[in-house]
Design a protein around this ligand. Sequence first.
Ligand code: PDD
Length: 309
Amino acid sequence: MRGVYAGVVLAYVNGELCAPEAARVSPFDRGYLFADGVYEALRVTMAGAGAGGDPRVVAPHRHVRRLARSLGALSIPWPAGEMLTVAKQLIEGSRLSEALIYFQVTRGVPGLAGRAPQALRTHVPPAGLTPTVFAFIRPMPRLDTAELAPPTKRCATGADMRWLRCDIKSIALLGNVLASVQAAGAGAEEAILLRSTPLGRVASEGSLTNLAVVRADGVLMTPALESASILPGITREILLDNNTDLAEGVVTEADLRAAREVMLLGTTAAVTAVTHLDGAPVHDGGAGPITRRLHAGLMELVARAGEDI
Ligand code: PDD
């Protein structure tokens, strides 16, 4: 592949691998006009692949299940399992062994043949569109599962302005973008979102991660899916399945501000310790013991469990 990103990034559009500079989709695609589409972000690593093994996607079947759910919510007809075939092509074609794959499916481009001109942009999608599939792979630092100290981040709280279907992994991320920009302006690395609900202000998730806290009374809790319109994150799900002391419930703003430990959960974040919240130190500005335990446990699972994590 030639071009400025040669050997660093490889793209995929509708069945073809290509250099990123050569990737083309129509601006009439409903993904471009309406954000009418969904996505996944997959971690590729050699960790857990075994001696002589190939790079692999972490928790592939959980990602396929979530993609199927997101596609189903939008009634976009596309076989979610195909994502892993595309991932394999991107891994082999790029020869990257530590990487992130961004993968999105949008509803497609309304052709004009046999349609009224207004079909080019109608809120109700015309029937029979072919989804547009776009993906790319880019390198990531090696996932060092022997490094048990969690990554850290300084966070700022921000208003959760997003819609009520954040359970769909939609490509419409303006609420996340605005919150991230605001947090960056306050010198923080990520926003933790606070949503107004009938129960008062509750913490929902990070602008690109799920959230968990060790409350002042010692209870380890992650916001329940139904408590605040959040993404059912894969990392969160893996941790819930492997840590019986991790409870799901309502995390109020007061719980968050008084928490002994605050952590962010995600495919790229793993279990990240929040060291500062709105400038105030959390757990004396370092990673607390429960955060360390959850991170080490996740790394152990990734290192040992192969595809079944
Ligand atoms: N973000 N919540 C939000 C809003 C997210 O965007 C993400 C992931 C998560 C964590 O989900 P998972 O454990 O499945 O990665 C939670 C991806 C990585 C992104 O947009 O880049």
